[in-house]
Ligand binder design. Structure first.
Ligand SMILES: Cc1cc2nc3c(=O)[nH]c(=O)nc-3n(C[C@H](O)[C@H](O)[C@H](O)COP(=O)(O)OP(=O)(O)OC[C@H]3O[C@@H](n4cnc5c(N)ncnc54)[C@H](O)[C@@H]3O)c2cc1C
Length: 369
């Protein structure tokens, strides 16, 4: 019998057009809303910085805004510098007041054609997904959505964009060989937030947009704020208590809410309990839900399937409660409690209440002792 042979890694043949070889630099689209830069853009600047350093090129932010944003838009550039950008391309125009696909697509396409970056990253937010797809189409280039890892191939400088595939059971790495820029979107909280460097500065390159309002078919008639916009966002919560099918019945989800309340935590859930209607869809954690990165993630009655894991494994500390000692979640949880959720959850809630009550009634020095 012959010896098994090692798998052969097929070497890719790079056929990058001469014109596209001139594309240089890493760009991050700086998303902002109502005067605030979206945290995913800052996370991407951290990741973009690493890619730019590996390639030996500059990291640029792209800020697009209405003329009425005035100095605010320069403030977004300053934020980008403090999170790692060397320069910012700033495009301001009357037609860029509220986000609309048409003018933003034309603006970003113009910027890419003028300054030719090799990599363009956007957050996989509602806006980012809309803009990335249409810009990739107008530029006739490749876009890899919802990446979980970005790296540079040392052989040919190409961007290696890794993302889950086949229902999350496999990870695949996608390469845009023949086109530039190489585009990727990344969901909030997938990449770590970099440290800010207050006072760090950079260059601003202003670029105009030749587009008249009369040539745009979509009009913004009114802005209606999401009435849940003050509710804390799951992806940015510090503590999450999440429940799964192991809770057994919808009423038991209250055990999750009780523990979350005493910890000042947000409530999360696995997909089956969302599908069963025990909890709202925006509480789902995982591949087809939210990606979270809390300091503490308590998973109760959750098996730890790969589709759930990819959404929460970035947590600093994972505590799993499961009555099956062989549940997959114990393979990656930092602390495991083998037991029935119906016993463990109320016991934890009670213990934290007692602690809270003690903290409230004792002078600080006694509590510290
Ligand atoms: C394309 C695709 C996308 C998906 N996206 C997501 C996603 O975004 N998020 C997600 O969560 N899933 C997702 N899934 C589903 C995923 O594959 C799993 O089916 C799901 O995560 C399982 O949820 P669960 O752990 O709550 O349930 P189960 O797998 O049924 O696990 C329940 C766990 O509870 C334990 N248990 C039972 N009774 C008790 C008790 N009394 N006390 C303590 N523990 C108990 C069991 O031992 C078990 O480990 C996706 C699947 C596909 C195919």
């Amino acid at each position: 019998m012959s010896e098994p042979t090692a798998p052969v890694k097929k070497k890719r043949k790079v056929v990058l057009d001469q014109r596209l070889q001139a594309y240089r630099g890493v760009w991050v689209y700086i998303e902002h809303e109502r005067g605030r830069v979206h945290p995913v853009s800052l996370e991407l600047l951290g990741e973009g910085r690493k890619l730019a350093d590996t390639l030996g090129v500059e990291l640029a932010g792209v800020v697009m805004a209405g003329v009425d944003a005035g100095a605010e838009a320069r403030g977004y550039c300053q934020t980008a510098f403090e999170y790692g950008a060397d320069l910012c391309y700033l495009m301001q125009s009357d037609v860029l007041g509220e986000y609309r696909n048409e003018p933003y697509t034309q603006g970003l396409t113009d910027l890419v054609n003028a300054y030719q970056p090799e990599i363009l990253l956007l957050g996989a937010t509602t806006l980012g997904r809309d803009l990335a797809g249409s810009v990739a189409t107008t530029l006739n280039t490749g876009l890899t959505a919802d990446c979980t890892e970005l790296a540079i191939d040392p052989d040919d400088r190409s961007l290696l964009s890794t993302r889950p595939t086949f229902g999350g059971s496999l990870l695949c790495t996608i390469v845009t060989l023949n086109y530039r820029p190489q585009m990727a979107t990344v969901r909030p909280r997938v990449m770590a937030m970099p440290e800010s460097q207050p006072g760090r500065t950079g260059r601003i390159v202003e670029h105009g947009l030749l587009l008249a309002e009369a040539d745009i078919v979509t009009k913004v008639l009114e802005f209606i704020a999401d009435d849940r916009r003050d509710t804390p966002q799951l992806p940015f919560a510090d503590i999450i208590v999440a429940g799964g099918r192991g809770l057994g019945k919808p009423e038991n989800f209250q055990l999750i809410r009780d523990l979350a309340k005493v910890l000042g935590a947000e409530v999360g859930a696995s997909r089956p309990v969302v599908q069963a209607g025990w909890v709202e869809a925006d509480r789902q954690v995982g591949q087809s839900g939210k990606t979270v990165r809390p300091k503490l993630y308590i998973a109760a009655g959750i098996s730890g399937a790969i589709q759930h894991r990819v959404g929460m494994e970035g947590a600093d500390c994972i505590v799993a409660i499961n009555n099956d000692p062989d549940a997959p979640i114990f393979e990656f949880a930092h602390f495991g409690i083998v037991g029935d959720v119906a016993t463990i959850l109320p016991a934890l809630t009670e213990a934290f209440w007692v602690k809270l009550k003690r903290q409230a009634s004792l002078p600080p020095q006694e509590e510290a002792a």
